[in-house]
Design a protein around this ligand. Structure first.
Ligand code: PLP
Length: 409
């Protein structure tokens, strides 16, 4: 079965209770069991069933199974947002005294969360470069996981997932990969050796910008030994330990579950993932080639000028995502460009059907230190663009007229 057929006809199929072809919204807080014995059995995990939506729900389960199947994982847990997925996945493993090593170009919300972990005695170190050697150099005896994004938002750096998995495993630690920007249509990190995949489903998986959500997928390989990861002492299920603990301790106790309505809307968006990304990635390439020809400094892994182009081709094939950045020479020129665009909406989001644009330095990175901005390559003249489904010719015309209005340097 190929990608889109698997996406539409994967193992979960139509709703078991009703035959509905679209997964119904089970908009309920709790689930009835006929007898106290049944309830006790379901609670103990000895009988399949549902108890309470914070723990599991059929609408969430449908989405979890579909995305897990696309990622080739052992199982998935839906979360309230991408940040709930990031925080619950990381805190499922780390405890006081532990460290993680991450790439410098992470999404601002994730690096801000990593910064906050210091209050819990957990330290985030950043690799001083993209190479596996740079990650290796940042690892200490306290490091318990490596963390990267398939394409950094907004740095657009591309890590070598297979090489980093090799580095992590040589130290007996897992590799976590945020696959939000690429989605499983472009990249399946578990097949490259990663151990945990994280998604903000608010973005391209949903594709319509209508609901916040997140998802964590676990691989089948990593052995969560309690000697190295004491939180798994009571969860000795081999490679399944991460997943069981994530649902039973993190989402159940911390409460960051997805809402059924959001899972339903995301499931509908997911149906057209491949179709949308074919169009979007083709338009993004057209747009970036055109801007580069006009002498604009463009950053996009699909361009030969990107230092990550060869690696991106190897990992993602011939599709390089919707996100690109341009540098326009000054903050004033960046603001002027954004203000003159008609179709690209000035919005703090990515992965919408509409083209979106933002000035990262004064928004997403508003509270970041100069050092954090430098690590993420966020300069005052940087504009982030997320290409949508509009006709490419209209986007080109719109960009051209906005460039014509740029103030002189
Ligand atoms: N990861 C990446 C790469 C993102 O771009 C974002 C949001 O922009 C998140 C995680 C957080 O997702 P959410 O906004 O759904 O919490």
């Amino acid at each position: 079965m190929r990608f889109t057929t698997r996406l539409l006809h994967g193992s979960f199929g139509p709703d078991k209770a009703t035959g509905a072809t679209t997964q119904p919204i089970y908009q309920t807080s709790a689930f009835y069991q006929e007898t106290a014995e049944d309830m006790a059995q379901v609670f103990a995990g000895r009988k399949p069933g549902f108890v309470y939506t914070r723990v599991s729900n059929p609408t969430l389960m449908s989405l979890e199974r579909r995305i897990n199947e696309l990622e080739g994982g052992a199982g998935a847990v839906a979360c309230a947002s991408g940040m709930a997925a990031v925080s619950q996945a990381v805190l499922n493993v780390l405890q006081e005294g532990d460290e993680l090593v991450a790439s410098g170009g992470l999404y601002g919300g994730t690096s801000s969360f990593f910064h906050d972990l210091a209050h819990y005695g957990i330290r985030a170190r950043y690799a001083a470069g993209d190479s596996p050697e740079a990650f290796e150099a940042a690892i200490t005896e306290r490091t318990r996981l490596l963390y990267v994004e398939t394409i950094g938002n907004p740095k657009l750096d591309v890590p070598d997932i297979a090489a980093l998995a090799g580095v992590a495993h040589a130290h007996g630690i897992p590799l976590f990969v945020d696959n939000t920007v690429t989605t499983p249509y472009l990249c399946q990190p578990l097949a490259l050796g990663a151990d945990v995949v994280i998604h903000s489903t608010s973005k391209a998986l949903n594709g319509n910008g209508n609901s916040i959500g997140g998802l964590v997928v676990s691989g089948r390989q990593f052995n969560w030994t309690p000697d190295c990861f004491p939180k798994f002492k009571e969860y000795r299920f081999g490679p399944m330990s991460f997943l069981v603990r994530l649902r039973m301790r993190m989402v159940t106790d911390y409460g960051g579950c997805m809402a059924p309505m959001n899972a339903y809307l995301t499931g509908i968006g997911l149906d057209t993932l491949a179709l949308r990304l074919d169009r979007i990635t083709s338009t993004a390439l057209t747009l970036t080639e055109d801007l580069e020809e006009r002498g604009i400094q463009v950053n996009y892994p699909g361009l030969a000028s990107s230092p990550y182009h060869e690696l991106a081709k190897r990992q993602f094939g011939d599709r390089f995502g919707a996100m690109l950045t341009i540098c326009l020479g000054s903050k004033e020129r960046a603001f002027s460009f954004i203000n003159h665009l008609h179709y690209a909406l000035n919005v703090s989001n990515i992965g919408d059907a509409r083209t979106l644009v933002i000035h990262p330095a004064t928004t997403i990175f508003l509270h970041a230190s100069a050092q954090e901005k430098a690590a993420a390559s966020v300069t005052d003249d940087l504009v982030r663009i997320n290409v949508g489904l509009e006709d490419p010719e209209d986007l080109l015309e719109d960009f051209h007229q906005a460039l014509e209005h740029l103030p002189r340097v």
